[in-house]
Write a protein that binds this ligand. Structure first.
Ligand code: PEP
Ligand code: MG
Length: 567
């Protein structure tokens, strides 16, 4: 048995087809006619563009817009002067088109691989893909045709490049296993979009697996068994059928209101990281956005996004969601979220240091830009502003004072905005829990950030493996904090939601309903499952379970009790 990163849910049972990279050998013969070599290169670029456009059009209808854009991005990258000028210089110096192009790709791959953030790192895979396909054109090597693999195929490759995935269809491919790649890699995104189970980052899978070998995989837990026994195959087949039934049942919740079994309505909204994600929210029948992590707009670039850039991003989400609520969180930088050009000091305890609202109130010029952009965008939809990492009333007041100043400025410039834009806070520190009653008098809503709240309540660094057993929202201390915060919000009549990962935990949902949580903010892929779980609980049975849990002393007891009662 092997374990990798479960990147696309579902169970695959089939025979392996290995996708081997053909050796692309470059012959370094000196070039006597650089002009002719340049023409050969530009003809290869034309062929590449033509083929890629065709692939993008096909994938656009078969898979989706986002996936097509990945391929179109390859055309943009290839035609970028930074790339084409480098190749031309190499050819003029006497290199073959293949060598000159390969050298430029090496340079880009080197730069992208050094990046800290996962998304920029992924660009290296894109360049690898472009290089391999361009070299195949220049060297007249045929591409692997995944379209013709037999039914029940489990593809095994070092990495699955975006162009390879074009030919994959659910009809014949039942699983994808790769040696590299993570949850956010293109292969993972595509596998999820196609609904094919995928397990990535399986060490040595390309040497352990052989063509024609049987295999089973679980795309959620990341488990893979090569040459499974009959009993293992039977077990996985049962799991596969149960999973398909579950998926079919969930479809029934698409576009439905989110109601408990006794018809209490709650809001089911989504967490997003960039404006483009708004489409996924609508496609998943999410009822709005409960957390837009704006720090992603600040990442993957060298300067702070301008007011205009931020305004366009916030406006795009507000407009796409056409009147549905959109909670936008102001910059949450620091802790484990680094933005190099902000030059935040290196600290011994970054999670306890210069972070989120603390940075923003200290660097007011930067914060003003974001708040002005948010106010301007509020004229185009139902935007709510949310402040992260609040520990005291002064921080909320500091942000609100700044907003009032900016409102005045906008009025004097006759720029429209929502005069009554709600301003809420994230409850993710023990301090905020302890003064939740006071905060509720000055905030328009609460959203409980259980990812951080668990860390701070339990005094446990999420990244520290020695204490990882303590990092659980089933700890009675965390549950009491959640219950208390909801009660404080209720007392003052403000909305209390949750945007930490715990909001999508089917075991925890009955407790949250019993405590009175009004808004669940989850990833787009969890919307239907969350709506289904909510529909199975009425107040009386949720309260009974909450009462049982309240009497338990340890997180193990809580977890096992909730597990027993999961619906
Ligand atoms: C949280 O802490 O629960 C949260 C939603 O914020 P983030 O995960 O971005 O820190
Ligand atoms: Mg947080």
């Amino acid at each position: 048995m092997m374990t990798g990163i479960g990147a696309s849910k579902g169970f695959g049972i089939g025979k392996i087809v290995m996708i081997q990279d053909v050796d692309l050998v470059i012959h370094d013969t000196p070039v006597s006619d650089p002009e002719a070599e340049l023409t050969r290169f530009s003809q290869a670029v034309d062929t590449f563009v033509h083929r890629t456009e065709k692939m993008a059009a096909e994938i656009r209808t078969r898979v989706g817009e986002k996936e097509a854009e990945i391929l179109e991005g390859h055309i943009i990258m290839l035609q970028d002067p930074a790339m084409s000028d480098g190749v031309a210089d190499g050819i003029k110096e006497g290199l073959t088109a293949e060598r000159a192009f390969s050298n430029v790709c090496d340079m880009f791959i080197g730069v992208f691989s050094m990046a800290e953030d996962e998304l920029t790192k992924q660009r290296a895979t894109d360049v690898e893909d472009i290089r391999s396909r361009m070299l195949k054109i220049l060297l007249h090597v045929e591409e692997v045709d995944i379209r013709n693999v037999p039914p029940h195929t489990i593809l095994v490759a070092k990495d699955l490049t975006p162009s390879m995935t074009v030919g994959i269809s659910k009809e014949n491919v039942v699983g994808i296993l790769t040696e590299v790649g993570g949850y956010t890699s293109h292969s993972a995104i595509l596998a999820r979009a196609l609904g094919i189970p995928a397990v990535l980052s399986l060490a040595d899978i390309t040497t352990k697996a052989k063509d024609g070998m049987e295999a089973v995989c679980d795309g959620e837990s990341g488990t893979v068994i090569l040459s499974p026994t009959d009993a293992e195959k039977k077990d996985y087949e049962e799991k596969r059928l149960a999973y398909l039934e579950q998926m079919k049942a969930l479809k029934e919740f698409f576009g439905k209101p989110t109601l408990t079994a006794d018809n209490t309505s709650v809001e089911l909204v989504c967490n997003i990281g960039k404006p483009g994600d708004a489409t996924a929210v609508l496609e998943a029948s999410g009822e709005g956005v409960g957390l837009f992590r704006t720090e992603f707009l600040f990442m993957d670039r060298d300067t702070i996004p301008t007011e205009e850039e931020q305004f366009q991003a916030y406006k795009e989400v507000a407009e796409k969601l056409s009147g549905k609520p959109v909670i936008i969180r102001t910059l949450d930088v620091g802790g484990d979220k680094e933005i190099p050009y902000l030059h935040l000091p290196k600290e011994d305890n970054p999670f306890l240091g210069y972070r989120a609202i603390r940075v923003c109130l200290d660097q007011k010029d930067m914060y003003r830009i974001q708040l002005r952009a948010l106010l301007r965008a509020s004229a185009y939809g139902k935007i709510r502003i949310m402040i992260p990492m609040i520990t005291c009333i002064e921080e909320l007041r500091g942000a609100k004072d700044l907003l009032e100043e900016l409102k005045e400025e906008l009025r004097s410039q006759s720029i429209s905005f929502d005069e009554n834009i709600p301003v809420g806070v994230m409850i993710e520190t023990p301090a905020a829990v302890m003064i939740a009653d006071l905060l509720a008098k000055e905030a328009d809503f609460f959203s409980i950030g259980t990812n951080d709240l668990t860390q701070y309540i339990m005094a446990v660094d999420r990244g520290n493996a020695h204490v990882a057993n303590l990092y659980s929202h089933y700890n009675p201390a965390v549950l009491r904090a959640i219950k208390h915060v909801i009660a404080c919000g209720k007392k003052e009549g403000i909305m209390v939601g949750m945007c930490g990962e715990a909001a999508a935990d089917s075991r925890l949902i009955p407790l949250l309903l019993s405590y009175g949580l009004q808004e669940f903010s989850v990833s787009a892929t969890s919307v239907l499952a969350t709506r289904a779980t909510i529909s199975k609980w009425d107040k009386a049975s949720a309260d009974a379970l909450a009462k049982e849990v309240a009497a338990l002393l340890t997180k193990e007891e809580v977890e096992s009790c909730l597990k027993k009662n999961v619906r």
